[in-house]
Design a protein around this ligand. Structure first.
Ligand SMILES: CC(C)(COP(=O)(O)OP(=O)(O)OC[C@H]1O[C@@H](n2cnc3c(N)ncnc32)[C@H](O)[C@@H]1OP(=O)(O)O)[C@@H](O)C(=O)NCCC(=O)NCCS
Length: 158
């Protein structure tokens, strides 16, 4: 298992490109380098032996009590090796450490999130999400059948 690492300033273009690679399929939302730069402390990455980023995940805060797991992306050549699950777990750990009561995500990857301890959640619980993405991606709610997932972090906060 490769270690989870923080993102660095020089990762900014790489992280935007890795995320945006999957945007045409509607799997991720487009992220600008400005978004990545502004959220650099909220990213966690996994690198290969040469230091190249092969996977990333980010926390996007709405308020001190509401945070979303976003920008989960793994290089296609590295899929199905457990990197995605490792990144989700890292996001959960970071969100718990920062004191959020709950972490939510919107994704097609049902079994992956369930295996990581998330449960199905009604998207109507997060009107902030719908409002924000209406601006970013008006098509967001028309692409396929993404599901909303959440995990309670109360226990993780100890
Ligand atoms: C979704 C995504 C991040 C998953 O990354 P990943 O590194 O392949 O994730 P994992 O390897 O942890 O798990 C993926 C699957 O591989 C399986 N797997 C994990 N390790 C495995 C191994 N050693 N051998 C075979 N299969 C394995 C898992 O069981 C899982 O299957 P499931 O989804 O049916 O439960 C990746 O496919 C991706 O980047 N997709 C495009 C962007 C995207 O969809 N992002 C999500 C937006 S929220």
């Amino acid at each position: 298992m490769r270690p989870i690492a923080p993102a660095r300033e020089y990762d900014v273009p790489v992280l935007a490109e890795l995320n945006n690679r999957f945007a045409p399929e509607g799997l991720t939302l487009l992220r600008s380098e400005a978004f990545v730069e502004a959220h650099l402390d909220d990213y966690r990455v996994i690198r290969d032996d040469d230091g190249r980023v092969v996977g990333c995940v980010c926390l996007d805060e709405y308020s001190p009590s509401l945070v979303e797991l976003v920008s989960l992306a793994v290089d296609s050549e590295q899929h199905r090796r457990g990197i995605g699950a490792q990144l989700i777990t890292a996001a959960v750990t970071l969100a718990a450490k920062r004191g959020y009561p709950e972490l939510f995500a919107v994704s097609f990857s049902d079994s992956l999130f369930e295996r990581c301890g998330f449960h199905f959640q009604d998207i109507e619980k997060y009107p902030e999400k719908k409002r924000r993405y209406a601006k970013v991606s008006p098509e967001e709610w028309k692409i396929g059948h993404k599901h909303c997932f959440a995990i309670s972090l109360g226990a993780a906060q100890g």
